[in-house]
Design a protein around this ligand. Structure first.
Ligand code: COA
Ligand code: AMP
Length: 634
């Protein structure tokens, strides 16, 4: 048996022993009573009875252990021409003082705090300061519009919101404060206090009595100590798109999270204390939580916070510049970033300008890694390119080629094998296990390992409905895929109404709900059509109300603006086809899957349940009218 098989088998057969040993790498104020508490299954609890502090594990223990002068965080911001380095001692000092400031505003253990910030060091400070106090943070990605922020405010009910005057998108200054004000106006829950970081690029007007200036608070703040919390207490809530307009509040606990992430860095990413790790993502996403902030700091690495893009800041050599300048060993990003670089620098000329000798691994996730992009990256970089699959729900990878355990030959299109702790199975819709090469639903046998979602924020029943009741005994991932004879897993895409646009997870169901509010729209469907840069792009099909005088061009523009205003620019909703009717089954279900195939120019079967097959020809024509439904060359 190889090393991977041995470790994997032990993790499944003896989870108590396996994770109990892994937990020794974490600092605990009080050790756990039970490693895995299954007394309330399927609500599993890891390290029940244990007490720890996540911020202590990220910062204090390294300072106490003699790493105070090592750089903990490098803020590299080509959009503001800034590079700033913080040692562990400096970051601890800042975080402890900001925790003191939050405490002064009444934030304590169990309180919720929303963080709506761009990629600046204060975003990391705010997260860690909440963790220090035992408060629960909920970071909202800066590209979301006020309406989305308002939904999250109403669900998380934060005592305090932390934000900044602006973000910077390449050369554009995006003012955050007017969006925050609008969101608070829209929300029913009103936070008592806001803390605003004034950036030099924009000055925000502060609301007297409610808004506080970050710098002024910090100037008078006293450092606050770490507050021990239960292993099972929530560390954060991160909202992610579900199939409707109500996002799911993924809960992360403190103990299981610390153990799993601490284990993952050496074992999956082969990255150790003192090395430089860079997740080119955003703190608003799960990748940013786990691999910009928590895992590298738990491990004693140097982490990079990059405020820029893969291209245009200033050129497609941006990633290679950061890697060589800061000695990055491991880069983690989304395939779309590589497609953007490849498009501007197809022959990889910029790669040759930089010394990448310290660079060890490129990890990609967030969407399917298409074999073309895999080959381009691998051939140009000549380093291992590792596709790994995970979800906001799991918080860390479910399948990967674990570089710290045993390196398997890569099969392009596959994210390799299950990570220890994840008993991945391919099932049919009745829950029967399928054999090799049979495509089905990808599920993980319960219990999930530490670090994965224990439930949804104040929505236990929704947690059960969405993930547990679909396939009894398993966690339902909502991804489809298959395994080959050697156990390599191929993830083929979502089986629900969730799409991935530039690695950003979005709900087509939510877009449909918004489009349906347009006064001229009688009926609509939104599908995710293939896009060579962003992986997928949303495309709408609408039936107008009888008597509507709207021209297709006008509708297209109005719906694009509506989605931008309600969800945000990151939705990238631009195209709408106006059709006379939508294809449906005889029971009235809209055939979105068939329309997606038509949009992508794929072969499709006429579903036997279709009400009127002639509609499909009309859909194809309408799609062609907006540049889709081009037959693939074979
Ligand atoms: N705040 C405000 N607006 C934002 C934003 C933020 N944090 N992030 C994105 N936007 C805006 C962009 O400015 C753009 O606006 P526009 O329509 O007015 O031009 C829109 O949202 C779409 O953004 P994006 O999809 O990022 O497109 P892009 O053309 O700016 O960049 C890529 C394309 C591929 C370079 C970029 O998507 C990328 O780097 N992706 C990596 C993905 C990633 O990190 N995923 C996280 C999971 S690992
Ligand atoms: P998110 O929760 O935003 O991380 O998105 C999770 C979804 O992204 C998954 O359910 C998959 O559909 C998709 N995804 C993430 N990583 C991969 C991957 N390596 N291969 C294929 N799909 C992926």
């Amino acid at each position: 048996m190889g090393k991977y098989d041995e470790i994997f088998q032990r993790s499944i057969k003896d989870p108590n022993g396996f994770w109990g040993e892994a937990a020794e790498a974490v600092h605990w104020y009080k050790k756990w009573d039970r490693v895995l508490d299954d007394s309330r299954a399927p609500f599993y609890q890891w390290f029940a009875g244990g007490e720890l502090n996540t911020c202590y594990n990220a910062l204090d223990r390294h300072v106490k252990g003699g790493r105070e002068d090592q750089v903990a965080l490098i803020y590299d911001s080509p959009v503001t021409s800034t590079i700033q380095k913080f040692t562990y001692a400096e970051l601890l000092d800042t975080v402890a003082r900001f925790a003191g400031a939050l405490k002064g505003l009444g934030v304590g253990k169990g309180d919720t705090v929303i963080i709506y910030m761009p990629m600046i060091p204060q975003a990391v400070t705010a997260m860690l300061a909440c963790a220090r106090l035992g408060a629960i943070h909920s970071v909202v990605f800066g590209g979301f519009a006020p309406h989305e922020l308002a939904i999250r405010i109403d669900d998380a009910k934060p005592k305090v919101i932390i934000s900044a005057s602006c973000g910077i998108e390449v050369k554009r200054v995006i003012e955050y404060k007017p969006m925050l004000n609008k969101a608070i106006e829209l929300a029913s829950h009103k936070p008592r206090k806001c803390v605003i970081l004034q950036r030099p690029q924009a000055q925000a007007d502060l609301v007297a009595g409610r808004d506080h200036d970050w710098d002024e608070l910090m100037a008078k703040a006293q450092p606050a100590d770490c507050v021990p919390v239960k292993s099972t207490d929530p560390l954060y809530i991160l909202y992610t798109s579900g199939t409707t307009g109500i996002p799911k509040g993924i809960v992360r606990d403190n103990g299981g999270h610390a153990v799993a992430l601490r284990w993952s860095l050496p074992n999956i990413y082969n990255t150790k204390r003192g090395e430089v790790y860079w997740a080119a993502s955003d703190v608003g996403w799960v990748v940013g939580h786990s691999y910009i902030v928590y895992a590298p700091l738990f491990t004693g690495c140097t982490t990079i916070l990059y405020e820029g893009k893969p291209v245009g800041t200033p050129d497609p050599g941006a990633f290679w510049r950061v890697i060589s300048q800061h000695g990055v060993k491991t880069l983690f990003t989304a395939p779309t970033a590589f497609r953007a670089i490849k498009r501007e620098d197809p022959s990889g000329e910029y790669i040759k300008k930089y010394d990448l000798s310290n660079f060890g691994y490129l990890f990609l996730a967030g969407e399917r890694l298409d074999p073309d992009t895999y080959h381009w990256a691998h051939d140009r970089l000549n380093k291992p390119v590792i596709d790994h699959w995970w979800q906001t729900e799991t918080g860390w990878p479910i399948t990967a080629n674990c570089m710290g355990i045993e390196q398997f030959p890569v099969k392009p299109g596959s994210s390799t094998k299950p990570v220890p702790g994840f008993d991945v199975q391919i099932l049919d819709t009745n829950g029967a296990v399928l054999g090799p090469k049979q495509e089905g639903l990808v599920a993980v046998k319960l219990p999930l390992p530490p670090g994965t979602l224990p439930t949804l924020w104040q929505a236990d029943e929704r947690f059960l409905q969405s993930y547990i009741k679909v396939l009894p005994g398993y966690y339902f991932t909502a991804d489809g895929g298959y395994r080959d004879e050697e156990g390599y897993t191929f993830i083929m895409g979502r089986v629900d109404d969730v799409i991935n646009v530039a690695g950003h997870r979005l709900s087509t169901g939510e877009m449909e709900e918004i489009i349906a509010t347009h006064p001229d729209v009688a009926e609509c469907a939104v599908i995710g059509a293939a896009d060579s840069l962003k992986g997928q792009l949303p495309v709408g099909l609408v039936v107008l109300k009888a008597g509507s005088k709207k021209q297709p061009k006008e509708i297209r523009k109005e719906l694009a603006q509506l989605i931008r205003d309600e969800i945000g620019p990151l939705a990238c909703y631009k195209e709408t086809a106006v059709v006379a009717r939508l294809p449906k089954t005889r029971s009235g279900k809209i055939l979105r899957g068939t329309m997606r195939k038509i949009a992508d120019g794929e072969e499709y079967k006429i579903p036997s349940t279709i009400d009127d097959p002639a509609i499909l020809g009309e859909i194809e024509e309408a799609m062609k009218g907006i540049g889709y439904a081009k037959k693939k060359e074979t």
